[in-house]
Design a protein around this ligand. Sequence first.
Ligand code: NDP
Length: 283
Amino acid sequence: MSAKSYRSELVGLFGYPVDENPTVVMIEAGFRELGLNYRYNTMEVRPADLEIAVKSLKALGYKGANCTIPHKVEVLRYLDHIAPDAAIIGAVNTIYLKNGETYGENTDGKGFIVSLRDGKVEIKGKNIVVLGAGGAARAITVELAMAQAGHITLVNRDESRGKVLTAILNDKTPVKADFVLWDHTYKIPAGTDILVQATSIGLYPDTGCPNIDYDTIMPDMVVCDVIPNPPQTRFIKAAKARGARTFDGLGMLVNQGRIGFALWTGKEAPVEVMREALAKEFA
Ligand code: NDP
């Protein structure tokens, strides 16, 4: 009989502010389901303390951590290794430790890709329109490019932000990207295969809807929203009403968590249990 251990394996989250981030609920539901003696600690880390917090992961024997606002970009400076796609994105949201060294990954875009792949949606060669050019759009478009998307049209209100991301995609990935300034009611071009809503519009308590011509959404389009809360945004509802196949932001959030979960535990995450736990939190 082996000796009893009072020690748990540790992972967690660095953010500031961070109190309202519900990731712990999703990840710990997964730990419970698999009977793992792991804990996920939600930690308030001020920007000035980020370096020491990252170094502390090694000293405290952490398996890894998530990073959220405002640390996703700054954290790159303090990691031993950064995944090539995370380097292009310029942001890391998941750290794991291997042989005492820290590795940075960006699972936001990967989670999005996993959602599409689970739904048997082909990405290779497809025409994709992305609304927004912030952190989520950046992570998603780089991963779409890596997955051999055919063409990406970026639609953004702020011209310089949109053009910077378009240049990153054209210069650092295999995809061909174009930029459209979003200063009008945008009509989704005929021939669009996948439409991605990657702005913050519709995130609780906002009940807004992106300024597009909803009559230009066609039933053969795949329409995705990054907003996890509420999962059924007005945008998703409008796309469904047009007959399009939809993917919500809750699925993307769960799938990005699933990737971190596997990196930290070496186990396949119980995705359904994790989704249910988060959905309850957002209800
Ligand atoms: P950013 O602040 O980096 O970017 C916000 C984007 O939304 C910008 O492109 C901004 O345009 C655009 N935007 C905001 N308001 C409007 C508006 N009224 N009209 C047009 N465009 C608008 O945020 P993130 O990219 O980091 O996050 C965006 C959303 O993605 C968040 O709500 C977050 O919850 C969600 N998210 C979901 C994840 C998931 O796993 N489901 C993972 C990561 C993020 P502009 O540049 O013109 O200001």
